[in-house]
Design a protein around this ligand. Structure first.
Ligand code: EPU
Length: 429
């Protein structure tokens, strides 16, 4: 298993290109199941999760090709995928694939909408919490699908087709909103999705669906209206920039006392995190090229924040913020309200010398003067990158084990950081 070796203490200086968003690219790839025609996606990041989803879609019969670079595209341009679901040959998504990546459960809506049936493995738990799928099933039932659970699989059937409905979510869920939106796009009549997630990735998926002929209003707000259409057609869409990657490198820059331009980053995708960083003393400048970040983490004021659905502070930046606050001047409090077990990084940050006390959903972080390198273990995607952030400012050497977690969601991480002066390298095997 690969490891990452980091020698801390160097300020990040330079430019970091921001990739396409993982959490938009995945549902956008799943959208391809809704049409017989070809969907072309630009700016798709090269990630392990994207490759895994290519395999999963391939299993259903989707023909996925990676297009070569076009004139003017450099190494910073994302890849272009052509996805063609002309013939869906299999409506089963098996356990051995779905259990590797939760988002693959989301194929259920498009499969039942297009084929009248789907058999998708329950995703099971994962290291950040229990993560049930009840809200997805509520949406499918409201749209007229019959749902049964057999031998760990969800069977969804709608042989007579689906019909538009009012879907009122008891709790806001990104994934269940995707399921409702993708399924309602092909259901007969009007659907109204209430208490919908407002994450920018939902808006990106809706924008792509609209290019394919879907009729959608209100995506990005808490009420989405969909007029079902009989069929969707070919389209080309570019994945929006990754706001979590943006926030991660903003915090890494601040942690090391650096000065970095985050190329292609868009402030409107992460106003809450940027405001919080500004209140802690990080200098943030919006320019035509992206967002410029400057300031030393050791001189930052502590913060108090709770994670919340968009437009609140994202759970996917909670671990990174905690790493940054380990060196703030004072005591910070971070409360995790989305996933009950998303604190796996706490004990690993403690190995680097962080002082963090956990009480239920709230972590209290007492800023320390310095961190010291140590061997640490990556446990999930965002937890792993928080260890990288801490290691960049720690004295001496840190080895991060199990870096396959990082490869799921950060494109060319070592390269992007090394180009800004970090002493970071991957050690194979
Ligand atoms: N929930 C239910 N029932 C459901 C679905 C969700 O109770 O049927 C609960 C979850 O257990 C959780 C809350 O609702 O407590 C919110 O979960 P949500 O469904 O919004 O999460 P998700 O769609 O499974 C996506 C992202 C996550 C991100 C969350 C929250 C993708 C591929 N995944 O997951 O990203 O943390 O939204 O913003 O978009 C990551 O990228 O590292 C990651 C985990």
């Amino acid at each position: 298993m690969d490891r990452i070796r980091i020698r801390g203490g160097r300020a990040l200086k330079g430019e970091i290109p921001i990739s396409g968003a993982k959490n938009a690219a995945l549902p956008l790839m799943i959208v391809s199941l809704l049409t017989e025609e070809t969907l072309v996606l630009d700016n798709v990041p090269q990630l392990a999760d994207v490759m895994l989803l290519q395999r999963i879609l391939g299993n259903h019969g989707v023909d996925v090709t990676v297009a070569g670079k076009r004139a003017g595209e450099g190494e910073n341009s994302g890849q272009t995928l052509q996805l063609s679901a002309k013939n869906i040959v299999d409506t089963t998504a098996p356990y051995h694939l779905v259990s590797k990546m939760r988002a693959s459960f989301w194929v259920i809506g498009p499969l039942v909408a297009r084929m009248g049936e789907a058999r998708v493995s329950m995703p099971g738990g994962c290291s950040i919490g229990t993560r049930p799928v009840d809200l997805h099933l509520d949406a499918l039932k409201a749209l007229g699908a019959a749902i049964d659970i057999e031998e760990g699989y969800v069977l969804a059937r709608a042989k007579q087709g689906l019909r538009g409905a009012r879907i009122h979510f008891q709790k806001t869920s990104v994934g269940a909103t995707h399921t409702a939106l993708l399924t309602a796009a092909l259901a007969r009549g009007e659907s109204v999705i209430e208490n919908a997630a407002q994450e920018p990735e939902i808006g990106d998926v809706a924008a792509c669906l609209q290019k394919m002929g879907a009729k959608i209003e209100g995506a990005g707000t808490s009420t989405i209206r969909v007029q079902g259409v009989e069929r969707l057609h070919a389209a080309r869409h570019a994945v929006l920039p990754d706001r979590i990657e943006t926030g991660t490198y903003a915090m890494a820059t601040a942690m090391t006392g650096g000065d970095v331009m985050l190329l292609g980053a868009r402030t409107e995708l992460l106003e809450a995190p940027l405001q919080l960083l500004a209140s802690a003393g990080v200098e943030i400048t919006k320019t035509n090229e992206g967002i410029r970040i400057k300031r030393d983490g050791a001189g930052l004021a502590p913060v108090e924040v709770s994670t919340a659905p968009f437009p609140g502070f994202p759970t996917d930046l909670q671990a990174q913020l905690m790493a940054l606050m380990t060196r703030a001047r004072g005591t910070s409090k971070i409360t995790e309200t989305i996933f009950e077990n998303r604190f796996m990084h706490v004990q690993e940050l403690a190995r680097l010398g962080a002082r963090i006390h956990l009480d239920g959903e709230t972590a209290t972080i007492e800023g320390v003067e310095k961190l010291k390198g140590a061997p640490v273990m990556a446990t999930d995607l965002r937890a792993s990158v928080s260890l990288v952030i801490a290691a960049l400012a720690a004295e001496g050497e840190t080895i991060v084990h199990r870096v396959y977690h990082l490869d799921r969601g950060f494109e060319r991480l070592e390269q992007k950081l090394a180009r800004c002066g970090a002493a970071i390298e991957r050690v194979a095997g």
